[in-house]
Design a protein around this ligand. Sequence first.
Ligand SMILES: *Cc1c(COP(=O)(O)O)cnc(C)c1O
Length: 415
Amino acid sequence: MKASVDELAIFGGRPAFPEVLHVGRPNIGDRGRLLDRINDLLDRRWLTNNGPYLEEFEEQLVKLTGVPHCVAMCNGTVALEIAIRAAGLAQEVIVPSFTFVATPHALQWQGITPVFCDVDPHTHLLDPCRVEELITPRTTGIIGVHLWGRPCRVGELTEIARQHGLRLLFDAAHAFGCSHQGSMIGGFGDAEVFSFHATKFVNSFEGGAVATRDGDLATRVRMMRNFGFVDYDQVSYVGTNGKMTEVAAAMGLTSLESMAEFTAANQQNYHRYLTSLDGIPGLSLLTYDEEERCNYQYVVLEVDQGVRRLGRDLLQQILQAENVFARRYFYPGCHRMEPYRSYFPSARLLLPQTERLVERVLSLPTGTAIGPDEIGTICDIVRFAVSSAPEITERLARSAPLEAAPARERRSEGT
Ligand SMILES: *Cc1c(COP(=O)(O)O)cnc(C)c1O
């Protein structure tokens, strides 16, 4: 516990944690099971190309999601690119800007224009009213993102897509193991895309999958994943290499076996944060619907900018000095990143809620690598910082060395 402002590490006190706590530290399942599988695949000398572990992994995905076709891929981004191509998207596609940059990149990479749409400030998800306003004769589809594992307004988006003859995809990179109105994510829209990147709830080191109820779409996706081959020596389409390796599938299978344990750890952490941050003025934690299946992989804090003059960025710097590397997801918003920033210099005028959110959101460490004690300490620091805000800001104004301190963020530790 910090007893005075002097004890904060930002003012030279001893950091609360000797080692850094990260957002998105990988969940590791049973190491013994993984090593056994790796030995097996080496003995078999079958390292990739529809191996037995790949098939088993896809069968497990089908079983867990209840979606008849699940096609595993080398990563979530290539899975998105292939789903977009197989669904026939072209010209303009409506996407949120408040997402990881892979979502618009998967479109832009193939010459399709991402049209950025604003989100609902309460849910952080695509706002269906704003979607409708952006539809033009060039629009071919909508990609919703189930941000933080919380499902989009699927019913309304489905209806909009139907009325306008548009394709509907979901970037479900955050939402593996989550449900919407009792049905598992994976079966909505024309297709949904999962990521099994190291930082995600379930990981295969790198990996992804396309899930769909449409058998023809699944066939095209499988073909495109494998250079367009339909048979030995027979190629009938331009394809790419999106295959998942056996070692990745072995990790994925091992990770799936520990899903219940990962969820329990995340849920316990989330509850600890909820109770320990309760009642702090200017702060609110994004909540999950506990009636649904949920992976609780993200603990998302919203910080009122004005509150006692302690904004989100200062709170992040205070925590970072204590070795708590909280992150500003998805700062500064895709529309403010290149090339979108140059292509659409006035996009921000249409994205007031996104512009506001990117200044407020702070993602806090969770996962199997940390537990209730660490979270208690993190929350004590936050509470102390907020209650001492006037003193902290006044001291900083006198010394003012912090402005330039770059956030030490590493992509490898969190997407
Ligand atoms: C992680 C992520 C992706 C990309 O997945 P990779 O497996 O890292 O390629 C796409 N969209 C969102 C929202 C993500 O968080």
